[in-house]
Design a protein around this ligand. Structure first.
Ligand code: LCV
Ligand code: LCV
Length: 259
């Protein structure tokens, strides 16, 4: 029995964290199911993914499964840790992954949500970053994933106090894109996903990968620059690139085939 529900709604994939007894804690099994869900959705030509928890949930995710943390003197968040693999799967998915948050978000789940491309939250949701609660030596990549989207002062306040931040405060500080009353959240996020799903997927996937590479702090190495140029070539050689311009001059909506 998978700990996530994976479904397609038109050309939007929806992954629902679904392990209520463990408050959707990010145990190895749930992360493996999340990655499998993303791979399944990729095969179905999804243009966008929504990552959510069941409607009305009190806890979006209780974060890393504390019972799976090493009992000491071992890196708690090394490269192959489930949380690290889950974050990389979201960041490398070739299309926007939107976090639709309702309930409270804790620790590694906050990093998972921050690794998504956009965050839309119910106005009753909260966000907490908790290594200081557990004495966890959070890893550099994980910290880097937190500091790119909002002020260092706010992230330090969250890290050093481990105090949950309200949706309103998360909106003010740029952590979330928008907040909605819980009852309106799903419809609003589906509308955004539908809008994305008729845009040019190859351009979007390229731009997401360019932003990821640029965001990885260090200046691009020559090899990395050439790699991105190679990806751009596939896109500007594509039928879609021709279709987009032809449609414009023929004054009709483009139909992008993704090739
Ligand atoms: C395993 C859990 C968990 C859990 N793991 O229900 O960022 S870092 O460095 O901290 C990173 C390592 C990380 O992500 O660590 C985990 C950070 N997560 C947290 O700090 C949240 C810890 N949980 C809570 O604060 C409460 O459980 C919340 C507020 C989420 C829900 O409170 P509520 O009163 O509704 P309980 O606390 O009673 O939890 C129900 C059961 O789930 C277990 C918890 O131990 C309890 O188990 P028992 O029924 O066996 O007592 N549980 C909760 N969170 N992350 N197990
Ligand atoms: C050539 C045009 C253009 C135009 N080029 O007047 O960011 S990227 O990657 O997309 C980048 C590559 C880029 O910047 O691509 C261009 C992005 N631009 C747009 O998407 C805007 C396209 N234009 C429009 O949406 C409308 O034209 C606006 C809203 C700007 C104005 O609308 P309006 O009804 O006032 P028309 O659409 O009737 O345009 C008047 C004439 O200008 C041409 C258009 O084809 C039309 O030509 P005809 O009179 O021959 O039909 N035109 C408009 N924009 N970027 N030609």
């Amino acid at each position: 029995m998978s700990l996530v529900i994976t479904e397609m709604k038109n050309r939007t994939g929806v992954i629902t964290l679904n392990n209520p007894p463990k408050l959707n804690a990010l145990c190895k099994e749930l992360i493996d199911d999340l990655i499998a869900g993303l791979n399944q959705i990729k095969e179905q030509d999804a243009r966008c993914v929504i990552l959510r928890a069941p409607a009305g949930c009190k806890v979006f995710s209780a974060g890393h499964d504390i019972s799976e943390l090493p009992k000491g003197s071992r890196d708690p968040l090394s490269y192959q840790d489930p949380l690290r693999r889950g974050v990389r799967a979201i960041q490398s998915f070739p299309g926007p992954v939107i976090a639709m948050v309702e309930g409270s978000v804790w620790g590694g789940a906050f990093e998972l949500v921050m690794s998504c491309d956009m965050i839309f939250a119910a106005d009753t949701s909260t966000f907490a970053m908790t290594p200081a609660n557990l004495g966890v030596a959070y890893d550099i990549v994980g910290i880097h994933n937190l500091i790119r989207d909002c002020s260092l002062h706010v992230i330090k306040e969250m890290l050093f106090t481990a105090k949950p931040v309200s949706a309103e405060r998360a909106l003010q500080t740029g952590i979330v894109n928008r907040t909605f009353p819980a009852a309106e959240l799903e419809a609003a996020v589906m509308e955004i996903a539908e809008l994305i799903s008729v845009k040019a997927p190859l351009s979007i996937a390229l731009i997401k990968e360019e932003l990821r590479a640029l965001n990885e702090a260090n200046p691009l190495t020559p090899d990395e620059f050439e790699r991105l140029q190679g990806l751009r070539r596939v896109v500007y050689d594509s039928d879609d690139a021709k279709e987009g311009i032809a449609a414009f001059f023929e004054k009709r909506k483009p139909v992008f085939a993704g090739k």
